[in-house]
Ligand binder design. Structure first.
Ligand SMILES: *Cc1c(COP(=O)(O)O)cnc(C)c1O
Length: 553
């Protein structure tokens, strides 16, 4: 039995179905009976989603190696399996071993819990299986997607009613592109920026047709660059790679003490690049840095972009929905000056994974990447597939549309205000605790901190940078160990990152990262997380590491 594929092992106790046309007709037509395994699960999820997730996901950590053993067969099963048997496998081997991202104590990543209505609505979306590449396969879904992009455009740019009346459903225009996520949205924005920089002119058919080598020769550039702060998301390097700009040419500008891009350094970087024959494809501002949540000074960055005649993109994948809060939208001031803005719906709009968007101030900008194909995308049509990297695309816009209507701006405002206020409260709890060091005071709803015993904090404050480095290296090991143990225990979760700290002369240190986005997270949850960390710090292994720091001098 040694070489039996794993999928056959779990079938040992079950009978196999038979492959026949009749049985195939069944799986395409007959719904599962309510008392079947799948039917029962369906009901369980409908009745109590949180209960389903809490009960069915096992918190205990199993090694990835052990889990891999459940997925080791490399052959497509020859013989079909009954749906109920397969469902048993899913529950036992997949659901149980997944991550409870919606748990109130899971505040380490950008995965947000889903409002319940998303589940039945996604079913309708899946049932209809529309393809948004074109109207022929999506009909009302295309105007719906255009409307969603228009609403997002309105949220960012606040243009007049006439502007939207003229552009929303105009076949010559597109207010944005609906993508699978923030990465594709960023790539799309920079793709447009690049192609507009090398648009067709007399004797040059444009980069889109002639390619990057011809474009650079035509414009007399030695190199192209994307300029962003050192906190830029890694998707920008992917974009630079895919677009032929090169990862080394994502130029990192240092941040100031508040983790925002240094404007002097930005100006100096742009001046130097320009003087060296480098074409700046785009300056990118961050509105909610993935690691720290900080927002760059967007108004000033827009002025720099204008000064250097370059595209200004704002990566608001995380922070964009803050614009729905009248309390906090001022933090993103200047975003309306951007040529393009990325916003992820699957983050703070609480839509299931697979929904990112990029909107363009100029409704003709996307024309720079327009693509036609005779059989499918005819010029002059309203098909949104003309402007997307992806071909076939699902009707995810429906779920954004649903959330906009069912939650409403006022509903989002409540959620967002709560998130920011909770982050600020947590920051105060951390700062007030003698054994924690608050690293990033939250501007939005992300913050960073680490465990540093009070005596070590006093010592750090008293020694020079060199001695600080020695201590910080020890603290890094202790904090990393604590974070891993907390994750393994499975009760709560904060993530971990590492970035340079002004207060320690630019040394990078490892810190905990908290993303406050779950409306079900309470102050009590936050206290439990801190208490657990204190308990972890007191365990033998971590205590031994911390003891390496000499406190008597
Ligand atoms: C999450 C994020 C991205 C990438 O988005 P995906 O949806 O994960 O592709 C890009 N930029 C920022 C600032 C982000 O927070």
């Amino acid at each position: 039995m040694k070489n039996t594929p794993a999928h056959l092992d779990i079938l040992d106790s079950h009978s196999l179905a038979t492959a026949s046309l009749e049985n195939l007709y069944r799986i395409f037509t007959v719904p599962e009976a309510p008392n079947s395994t799948l039917g029962a699960i369906d009901k369980e999820i409908s009745d109590n989603l949180m209960g389903f997730l809490t009960d069915r996901i096992v918190a205990r950590e199993r090694s990835l190696k052990a889990i891999e053993a459940d997925f080791s067969g490399s052959q497509i099963p020859e013989v079909p399996q009954f749906v109920s048997d397969y469902t048993d496998f899913v529950l036992e081997k997949l659901v149980a071993q997944s991550v409870h991202t919606a748990a109130p104590g899971f505040i380490g990543h950008m995965a947000t819990p889903l409002p319940y209505f998303m589940l039945p609505l996604s079913r309708i979306m899946v049932a209809l299986n529309q393809n948004l590449v074109k109207i022929e396969t999506s009909k009302a879904f295309t105007p719906l997607e255009r409307q969603v992009l228009g609403m997002l455009h309105g949220m960012v740019y606040e243009q007049s009613d006439e502007f939207y009346a003229e552009n929303l459903h105009n076949s010559e225009r597109a207010l944005g592109s609906f993508c699978s996520g923030g990465t594709t949205a960023n790539i799309t924005a920079l793709w447009v920026a690049r192609n507009r920089m090398f648009r067709p002119t007399e004797g040059f058919q444009g980069l889109a047709k002639e390619g990057i080598a011809a474009a650079m020769a035509h414009a007399n550039y030695d190199r192209l660059a994307i300029v962003v702060s050192e906190r830029g998301h890694y998707s920008l390097s992917k974009a630079a790679d895919v677009l032929g700009i090169g990862r080394n040419n994502v130029i990192s500008v240092p941040t100031d003490a508040s983790s925002k891009i240094s404007l002097d350094a930005l100006r100096a970087t742009c001046a130097e690049l320009t003087a060296n024959g480098t074409g700046i494809v785009s300056i990118v501002g961050i509105a909610g840095a993935t690691e720290t949540g900080q927002v760059d000074p967007l108004t000033e960055m827009a002025a720099v972009a204008q000064e250097f005649g370059t595209h200004f993109h704002v990566d608001a994948a995380w922070g964009g929905p803050t614009l729905l809060s009248n309390t906090y939208k001022h933090i993103l001031k200047g975003i309306e000056l951007a040529d393009s803005v990325t916003i992820d719906a699957h983050k703070q709009l609480y839509v299931p994974m697979g929904a990112g968007m990029v909107v363009f101030k100029n409704p003709s900008a996307l024309g720079a990447v327009e693509h036609h194909a005779e059989y499918i995308l005819r010029a002059g049509s309203k098909d949104l597939g003309q402007y997307s990297i992806e071909g076939s695309r699902p009707g995810m816009a429906m779920l954004v549309h649903a959330a906009f209507h069912i939650i409403g701006r006022k509903g989002y405002e409540i959620i967002i205000d709560q998130n920011v206020q909770k982050a600020k409260t947590f920051a105060r709890m951390i700062a007030a605790h003698p054994d924690f060091e608050l690293i990033t005071d939250p501007e939005l709803n992300i913050l960073n901190y680490r465990y540093v015993p009070a005596a070590v904090q006093a010592k750090l404050a008293a020694v020079d940078t060199e001695a600080q480095k020695v201590i910080n290296d020890v603290l890094d090991r202790a904090n990393r160990r604590m974070q891993k143990q907390q994750r393994a225990a499975g009760k709560t979760f904060v993530s971990r990152t590492r970035f340079s700290q002004h207060r320690y002369g630019g040394q990078p240190v490892s810190v905990f990262r908290v993303v406050m986005a779950n409306p079900m997270t309470t102050l009590e949850t936050l206290q439990i997380i801190l208490d657990e960390q204190v308990e972890l710090a007191g365990r033998e292994g971590t205590k031994a590491i911390l003891a390496e720091i000499p406190l008597e001098s």
